[in-house]
Design a binder for this molecule. Structure first.
Ligand code: C5P
Length: 307
């Protein structure tokens, strides 16, 4: 039996810089992993490969990104997943802009690599899985990274110093495709002044002052309650509050866990609230090791060394 975790992300900044002929949007965005995670387990189980979950109603077929990640790696290894079952403990909500499905794809892929004793470079896995979704490649390395293109052309950034995070999901979900459609139908965002990317820990507070999410106004126009949530987090003196990705989740960054207590209660009853933390690249790597029968496997390595 092999177990690992699939951590969620938030976007600390998201600029839509152009629309593309293929229907996608050209982005400049900063991804940040956070400690909220799904748990995935790959276990021997007689019969054809299948996905099960503790979440009622979760689609478990070939359209589930966890299945797609596992199948893509097995195919590349020339192995059959017959006799294995993947189980997904779903903690990261869908339609929230947190990349939960994409993170599951990468976690399932790491499980298959570990189960078959394979060791790949991170780049090889990112290249194989990138077609599954725009933010899938980010979850191979995690931490803090700049995403360009569809969001899949990644440059690692200096880790954001650890922050406490209050993550909030309103009672409604937002489809990514729909959010981009609302963006297209609305006014173009103000041209973005060039931002100097934070080169070290001290540069982040200044950088936060210029952070924005270009999808947020269009999504808030359809779901004004998201705007109410943003105002509440801002008035609690968060260091940065934004909607994440295409929503509907929003987050506030705070200096310490103690800052979260006063703001964690009092949200509408159908909203979900998680006090959590940011997760830097080294912690992400350590925490996404695969727990197997004979210890922890790290099926990915950074260098281009040949195995
Ligand atoms: O790549 P992913 O499957 O996550 O994208 C879902 C949808 O979001 C796409 O079909 C597209 O409509 C929209 N999208 C976009 N530009 C991006 C990323 C996503 O228009 N950079």
């Amino acid at each position: 039996m092999y177990t690992t975790r699939a951590f969620a992300k938030v976007n600390l900044d998201l600029r839509v810089t152009a629309t593309r002929p293929d229907g996608y949007h050209e982005l400049e965005t900063i991804f940040q992993t956070i400690a909220l995670a799904d748990v995935l387990t790959l276990m021997p189980d007689a019969g054809p490969f299948r996905l099960t979950s503790d979440m009622p109603g979760l689609p478990l077929g070939a359209d589930n990104l966890a299945v797609q990640g596992a199948v893509a790696v097995a195919r590349e290894l020339g192995r059959d997943l017959e006799g294995w079952r993947l189980h997904l403990e779903k903690r990261v909500p869908a339609e929230a802009g947190l990349g939960g499905g994409s993170a599951d794809a990468v976690a399932a892929a790491r499980l298959v690599l570990a189960a078959f004793g394979a060791r790949w470079t991170a780049d090889r896995l990112a290249m194989l899985l990138a077609p599954l979704g725009s933010d899938v490649a980010f979850f191979v390395a995690g931490g803090t990274a700049l995403g360009r293109g569809r969001g899949d052309e990644l440059t690692p950034l200096a880790d954001l110093p650890d922050h406490a995070v209050l993550l909030v999901r309103p009672g409604i979900g937002v489809s990514t495709r729909e959010a981009y459609g609302w963006f297209d139908a609305g006014p173009a965002p103000a041209p973005a002044a060039p931002q100097a990317l934070p080169a070290d820990a001290a540069a982040w507070p200044v950088f936060f002052e210029t952070c924005r999410n270009d999808l947020q106004p269009a999504v808030v126009a359809r779901h004004p309650e998201i705007g109410d949530g943003v105002r509440r987090l801002v008035s609690a003196r968060s260091r940065l509050t934004l909607m994440s990705g295409s929503g509907s989740a929003l987050f506030g960054l705070f200096a310490s866990d103690a800052d979260l207590a006063p703001i964690a209660a009092g949200w509408p009853p159908d909203w979900q609230v998680w006090p959590t933390r940011t997760l830097g690249r080294a912690a992400y790597r350590a925490e996404t090791g695969v727990q197997g029968p004979s210890g922890v496997h790290h099926p990915l390595f950074d260098s281009t060394a040949v195995v």
